[in-house]
Design a protein around this ligand. Structure first.
Ligand SMILES: CC(C)(COP(=O)(O)OP(=O)(O)OC[C@H]1O[C@@H](n2cnc3c(N)ncnc32)[C@H](O)[C@@H]1OP(=O)(O)O)[C@@H](O)C(=O)NCCC(=O)NCCS
Length: 193
């Protein structure tokens, strides 16, 4: 497989990068996005959630273009909290209720993080740039940051049938448990860092 990682820069995402982070994350999460009300409207919800996520965000940049992004957190987050009005404005009352149900089912089903566990909330690479090592660089960079922050483990939830399972295994994550929610069957994976 072609590897072309020389001209990729991984850096911390600042406030001006948030639109780009949202764009990348939204394009990588088509199935979740459809579950919260279709591509177009959900595309407007992602920036709200990304913007309010208190976490560590990194981006992959090549040729001045943001082609990948990752968000990790060191404590539990509630994607709905504080965003209700904004989400209702974009999705309408019914759409917001549906999104809230999905979010609640997702949050409730996901295994509790361990003490000193960093969690990968989202990682995405634009389709044209996948399979070139960008995702691996983003995960390793986030992992190093979590370690610096005193985290002892790194955990994540991934759809059971996702191609990303192999990708995470290669980065040292192991499946620790399975769970189920409105979005389907999931695996929780974890590694010591
Ligand atoms: C998963 C993802 C972040 C990996 O990023 P990447 O830059 O393609 O990853 P790398 O190049 O470092 O590693 C590639 C490996 O990822 C896996 N992979 C998963 N989805 C892939 C895709 N659509 N294209 C290419 N490789 C993919 C392959 O196993 C591949 O292994 P290979 O190099 O031996 O072929 C990226 O494919 C993506 O954004 N996918 C859609 C969103 C997603 O699934 N996010 C994670 C869900 S929790």
């Amino acid at each position: 497989m072609m590897r072309r990682i020389d001209d990729i820069i991984i850096r911390r995402a600042g406030a001006p990068d948030m639109d780009a982070v949202s764009r990348v994350i939204a394009s990588a999460f088509d199935d979740k996005i459809v579950a919260i009300g279709g591509q177009k409207r959900a595309g407007r919800v992602v920036p709200i959630i990304v913007g309010s996520m208190r976490g560590e965000k990194f981006i992959a940049v090549t040729g001045g273009e943001v082609v990948g992004a990752i968000i990790v957190t060191t404590e539990e987050i509630d994607p709905v909290d504080g965003n209700v009005l904004k989400v209702v404005k974009v999705l309408g009352l019914f759409g917001a209720l549906k999104a809230w149900r999905v979010a609640r089912s997702y949050t409730r089903s996901t295994p509790k993080r361990l003490e000193k566990e960093g969690v990968l909330e989202a990682v995405g690479v634009m389709e044209d740039h996948r399979g070139q090592g960008v995702g691996g660089l983003l995960v390793r960079r986030a992992e190093a940051r979590l370690k610096n922050l005193g985290m002892k483990t790194f955990g994540l939830g991934v759809k059971e049938n996702s191609e990303a399972v192999r990708f995470y295994e290669r980065l040292g994550f192991e499946v620790v448990t399975k769970y189920h929610n409105r979005l389907g069957d999931w695996l929780y994976m974890r590694k010591r860092i």
